[in-house]
Design a protein around this ligand. Structure first.
Ligand code: APR
Length: 248
């Protein structure tokens, strides 16, 4: 394992434009459940009943009960060493941009600044009838919540299955991938598009792909370096190796 960590550190140090793509796995050690796999959320809940516009229209109360549960989980969670390690790589000037599929705010709370949230932000509500939107710091008191401006139904500010990613976020993510000569892919199964295609864009123009995951994923077959293990354990080790090599 140490060899792959050293390989990853060397790729990071040699890179001119390193970016990162993260998924639910980077927040797993903060106690936020992932979606797929043996203990994933989609094992217990059916995404088409909770994470689609149709589900919301059919039963906004049920959908909001589920999102309130997830909001409470996230508000009670803390960034883990993996989030802090990525923020440190940004502060060292090595990580130029972070693309996350996660709707939690753990990257921001760990200090990451240059990032885009491809799948939206669970701590934002959006009105389904007017252009009202707002950040929230606790789950809505009334379920389902109503717009304070027009009385319409408020929805979570996340991208549901079947919905398109906000164009500015999508454009920024792929523009960053076009510039990258290396990408850290952390804690994602890589099966959801278009996020899952981002590592291929970097690979496609000769960039390096470093993957950190406890299991193989849809990305592993294009990874130049596969560090098998928990992000919260591996990423801090990689940052320490990078800092030790920076002195050389
Ligand atoms: N460290 C690193 N990787 C981990 C850890 C960990 N501690 N724990 C789990 N993983 C890995 C799993 O092996 C898996 O490959 O994290 C990945 C999580 O995969 P998913 O649950 O599919 O999450 P993600 O890839 O982020 O899903 C993408 O799908 O459900 C939608 O919108 C949702 O943003 C989400 C998108």
């Amino acid at each position: 394992m140490q060899d792959t960590l050293i390989d990853a550190s060397k790729i990071i140090l040699k890179s001119n434009y390193l970016i990162a793509l993260t998924g639910a796995g980077i927040s797993a050690e903060s106690g936020i459940p992932i979606f797929r796999g043996k203990d994933g959320l989609w094992r217990k809940y059916r995404p088409e009943e909770l994470a689609t516009l149709e589900a919301f229209r059919r039963n906004p109360k049920l959908v909001w009960e589920w999102y309130s549960w997830r909001i409470n989980l996230i508000l009670g969670a803390k960034p883990n060493p993996a989030h802090y390690a990525l923020a440190e790589l940004e502060q060292l000037g090595l990580l130029k941009f972070l693309i996350t599929q996660n709707v939690d705010d753990l990257h921001e709370r760990a200090g990451s600044k240059k990032l885009v949230k491809l799948h939206g932000d669970i701590l934002t509500v959006i009105c389904t009838s007017c252009d009202y939107r707002n950040k929230i710091s606790e789950p809505p008191r009334d379920i389902p919540p109503k717009c304070p401006r027009c009385g319409g139904l408020l929805r979570p500010g996340v991208v549901w299955f079947g919905e398109s990613i906000p164009p500015d976020a999508l454009e920024r993510a792929f523009a960053e991938a076009e510039k990258a000569d290396a990408i850290l892919v952390i804690g994602t199964s890589g099966v959801v598009m278009p996020a899952g295609a981002i590592p291929n864009v970097v690979k496609g123009h000769g960039g390096y792909v470093i993957e950190i995951n406890v299991n193989e994923s849809a990305i592993t077959n294009i990874a130049d370096c596969f560090c098998k293990g928990k992000a919260g354990e591996i990423l801090p080790k990689i940052v320490e190796l990078v800092k030790s090599m920076m002195g050389d």
